[in-house]
Design a protein around this ligand. Structure first.
Ligand code: PEP
Ligand code: MN
Length: 372
């Protein structure tokens, strides 16, 4: 399996940007030169932004929606870079877009969620960027399909690009949820576990779908050790031509960032390290006991399985299962553990117990009959 181990760490992508907490902000879409300059100047003043983002080609769900200003927007973006010194980033979805961003010397591109979902488009884009050192951020596909996300990263990696990062922007929900897109944090966590070298940044705007949840999601992303945030900022969000509901003003952006805790992955303070070691030793010891107890529990399960086989009794016993669930949930609650957690844990244990007993029922009966 590829490790993507030649991907360059985020902090080395640009000579003068050392931080690992990348902040990319700007409007969902470029609407006018004044709108871009206004937003960029205000963002520049916050001192918190490394990249100015905007969409000039917008992949819209319905064709009558605003689809972006096209090449004209790239000229405005060049002005933004000239006036503010901020680097510029746009979304690309076709080879024609690639030619244009290369022509206007855009500093970074991202691949949108809908594009990541289409391997033909991704391959075409990767082929067109071959031979350049364009930094590319790859948003997760619309569906929670980790392999498709990895596949898109792989296509750019195979084309020789080494400044590649993933963007977590949540997944399309099939049912009504609090967020516009379900975060499913386990997916970016799995991606990072598989590919340590891959930087991952979070796009809380498209997850939240509204300003209210931006802080909660941004903090969670930082606490999961993601490398930065991409946030949609518009001078007058309610008048925005796309994603009006989720954009925030430059002032709100400044508040948001100043209220976030940027924690480091580790500390070199010997007191901290010593105390962590001793706490981790305790956890190690408890984990060992949990596993030994689970093994002991499974021995009883096995014994019961054989006894049921002998007495021709079914494996699943609804009453007993209900009693187990309710008594354990009650005990857990008393000890400060959530009912949901205990339920999930027991379901896992119960599933394993049933499969153990099924195995017993199906194996050579004579062997077990002799035990009793
Ligand atoms: C965007 O960043 O404006 C965008 C279109 O995002 P996504 O591809 O995540 O929907
Ligand atoms: Mn948007």
């Amino acid at each position: 399996m590829k490790e993507f181990n030649e991907i360059l760490p985020f902090s080395t992508w640009f000579e003068d940007i050392e931080t690992n907490h990348f902040l990319i902000a700007g409007p969902c879409a470029a609407e006018s030169e004044a709108q871009l300059l206004n937003t960029a100047n205000a963002l520049k003043k916050t001192g918190n932004v490394h990249f100015f983002r905007t969409g000039v080609w917008k992949p819209r769900t319905r064709p009558q929606n605003f689809e972006g200003v096209g090449e004209e927007g790239l000229k405005w973006l060049q002005k933004v870079r000239q006036e503010t010194g901020l680097r510029i980033a746009v979304e690309v979805a076709s080879p024609e877009h690639v030619n244009k961003v290369l022509k206007y010397k855009v500093d970074l591109v991202w691949i949108g969620a809908r594009t990541t979902s289409n391997p033909f488009s991704v391959q075409e884009l990767a082929d067109h960027f071959k031979g350049t050192d364009m930094p590319v951020l790859i948003k997760n596909p619309v569906n929670p399909d980790l392999n498709m996300w990895i596949g898109a990263i792989e296509r750019f990696y195979n084309a020789g690009l080494r400044k590649i990062a993933a963007v977590h922007r949540g997944f399309y929900p099939f049912e009504a949820t609090k967020f516009r897109n379900i975060p499913k944090w386990e997916i970016p966590i799995e991606l990072k576990t598989l590919y340590h070298y891959l930087p991952i940044i979070c796009d809380p705007s498209h997850i939240a779908g509204c300003p209210e949840y931006l802080r909660e999601i941004s903090q969670k992303a930082l606490d999961l050790n993601m490398n930065g945030l991409m946030i949609e900022v518009h001078p007058k969000p309610s008048e925005a031509l796309s994603d009006a509901r989720q954009q925030i003003t430059p002032g709100a952006f400044e508040d948001l960032i100043s209220n976030l805790e940027f924690r480091s992955i580790n500390s070199d303070n010997p007191l901290f390290l010593g105390h962590m070691d001793s706490l981790r030793e305790k956890i190690d010891s408890v984990d060992k006991q949990i596993i030994e107890l689970l093994a002991q529990r499974m021995n009883y399960v096995e014994e019961i399985g054989k006894y049921k086989l002998h007495n021709k009794v079914t494996i699943f016993q609804r009453r007993r299962w209900e009693r187990i669930l309710s008594s354990r949930k009650k005990l857990g609650k008393k000890l400060g553990l959530s009912e949901q957690f205990i339920k999930k844990l027991l379901q896992l244990v119960h599933k394993e117990s049933i499969s153990k007993q099924t195995e017993i029922m199906n194996r050579n009966k004579d062997e077990d009959e002799n035990t009793y």
